[in-house]
Design a protein. Structure first.
Length: 233
């Protein structure tokens, strides 16, 4: 059993583990270099569970295809690797689908960069709690992370990819490769989060910070938002 799978026992019946998969949405060149939209579904454990690629021009002139894409993302949290780009494309596809719901996706977006910041923030808080416990309790060991993480390490997504040691995927399409690379980074983030929340096996950390959570707060909030979305499709 992997560390990610084992975390299910720590978080119990969480909303994230029963939620639909999150979606990675990336815009880029397709098979013949045409602008395309790739959608990769990602499980709460960070595993890819479904993939689709659409030509953007066809999406914008086909109500049916535009609606099919929206069904892939309407109830899901959406990884905003390039947030401004997503806003533009989802707005255009929503209009092509004949749906009147302005910026319906806003609460469903989550940033991998913010997830990283969530992880670092939690680790700082847990380190502080352990330092206090060492002064009050016996036999309290320092926390030992598999690697040191600081917010200064990451300014953009490429910094995060490099830090995670996820190699840029080379595939048949640029847009598909970019999506798979983002999926790899999300899986790395899940593993770092699992290690972080695993500290709550120490009762005094759990007492101070609550039960373990299945995903970084910003990601989990987007999951909850997505579960309530219903577009008139």
């Amino acid at each position: 059993m992997s560390d990610v799978d084992g975390m299910e026992g720590v978080v119990g019946g969480s909303v994230a583990l029963s939620a639909p998969a999150s979606a990675v949405v990336v815009v880029g060149p397709g098979v013949a270099g045409e602008e395309s939209v790739a959608v990769w579904h990602v499980s709460p454990q960070g595993m890819p569970v479904g993939a689709w690629i659409y030509q953007l021009d066809r999406l914008l002139v086909s109500r049916d295809e535009a609606r099919r894409l929206l069904t892939l993302v309407e109830r899901r949290s959406i990884a905003a690797v390039v947030p401004g780009e997503l806003d533009e494309v989802l707005d255009r596809v929503t209009k092509a689908a004949g749906v009147e719901a302005e910026k319906w996706w806003t609460a469903q977006l989550f940033s991998p960069l913010q997830c990283f910041a969530d992880i670092v923030s939690r680790r700082v808080a847990y380190d502080s709690t352990v330092s206090v416990a060492k002064r009050e309790l016996k036999n309290v060991a320092d926390l030992e992370w598999s690697r040191d993480l600081t917010v200064e390490q990451v300014v953009g997504f490429e910094d995060l990819r490099s830090l995670s040691k996820v190699s840029a995927v080379v595939g048949s399409t640029e847009v598909g490769s970019a999506a798979l690379t983002a999926v790899g980074v999300l899986r790395w983030l899940v593993r770092q989060w699992v290690e972080t929340e695993g500290v709550k096996r120490r009762s005094y950390v759990r007492d101070a910070h609550g039960e373990a959570e299945p995903l970084p707060p910003s990601w989990l909030a987007s999951v909850r938002a997505g579960m309530t979305t219903r577009l008139p499709l």
